[in-house]
Design a protein around this ligand. Sequence first.
Ligand SMILES: [Zn+2]
Length: 125
Amino acid sequence: MNLSQVTSEVRQAVAYLSGVEAASKLSPEERSQHTIQQMVRALECLTEAVEECQRRQTELEARLDHLNRGADNAAHESGGPVSGDPSRTLCCPHCRKQLPITNELWEQERFEIACPYCALAVEVR
Ligand SMILES: [Zn+2]
């Protein structure tokens, strides 16, 4: 089950619970039995949703970590594209414009770039 299926399951269960509460056909005993069953079901779905979120977060963190390392390695291993080619960009934290980064700069462990749009000096590590 994917996350949106799980959330819609939970919504249905909660909607059902409200319905059961309002239903007058059922005896009080039946009503509470149904209510408990649906509550358990809703909780199971919620647990599944939380687990799915955790799984995805772990996956994303691993991927991000991999990407960070990959960016460092690629610059060294392949020599990268033509030196000075502004193939990389950085988003200015102040004005959100894309700043081109040359490979020479990128290969350095840390560097500073001045945003040509708002003149902010951005330190990159
Ligand atoms: Zn800027």
